[in-house]
Design a protein around this ligand. Structure first.
Ligand SMILES: [Fe+2]
Length: 179
């Protein structure tokens, strides 16, 4: 279950309330339950996957991609699989843990594991959103945010792209104040 907590002391696990809070920075958040056929998928629960296994697992979520193609103009998707044994995991995470923006939106659907997105609001307040299986998030371009894994250091997320060219971090000087 997703939760949000902020530097001003607000905290909730209510999806509607989380969405209302994130609307102020135009971040869209929702929970779309894992499709029944994928709920018991062995691949979904296997920490490390080869390219063919990733492709097979992605196919189980094709219906969501088709919907996003139609409704949000998504053009491609891939599957990111991180676990404690991922080579270069710490270096990879170091790229996304400082505050940053992108020239393109960041769109994710979590299919296993968990992670935390942080956001910087125009007021300076910061919010930390913990997400897990079934959670969908769409962060608009130029929104100041960061991403960390939880202590489990395990996540499988489908990344959807409308334009891959813009998806590199541009660091800001804001210091993260919440964890
Ligand atoms: Fe990002």
């Amino acid at each position: 279950m997703a939760t949000i907590s902020t530097t001003s002391g607000y905290a909730t696990d209510d999806t509607v309330a989380i969405n209302r809070y994130l609307e102020s920075i135009e971040v869209f958040f929702s929970n779309w339950p894992i499709p029944a056929a994928m709920e018991a998928s062995k691949l979904r629960k296997t920490p490390s996957l080869d390219e063919l296994e990733k492709k097979n697992l992605l196919e189980g979520f094709e219906e969501i991609f088709l919907r996003l193609q139609k409704e949000m103009g998504m053009k491609s998707r891939d599957l990111i699989v991180l676990h404690p044994g991922t080579p270069g995991l710490s270096e990879m995470l170091d790229r996304f843990s400082p505050c940053h923006t992108h020239d393109d939106e960041e769109v994710r659907y979590i299919i296993d594991g968990e992670g935390e997105f942080g956001f910087v609001l125009p007021t300076g307040e910061q919010a930390l959103l913990k997400i897990g299986p079934g959670d969908f998030i769409r962060i608009p371009k130029n929104t100041e945010h960061w991403f960390v894994l939880t202590e489990k250091r395990c996540i499988k997320a489908i990344r959807y792209f409308s334009d891959t060219a813009g998806w590199v971090p541009k660091y800001t000087s804001t210091k993260v104040k919440i964890s």
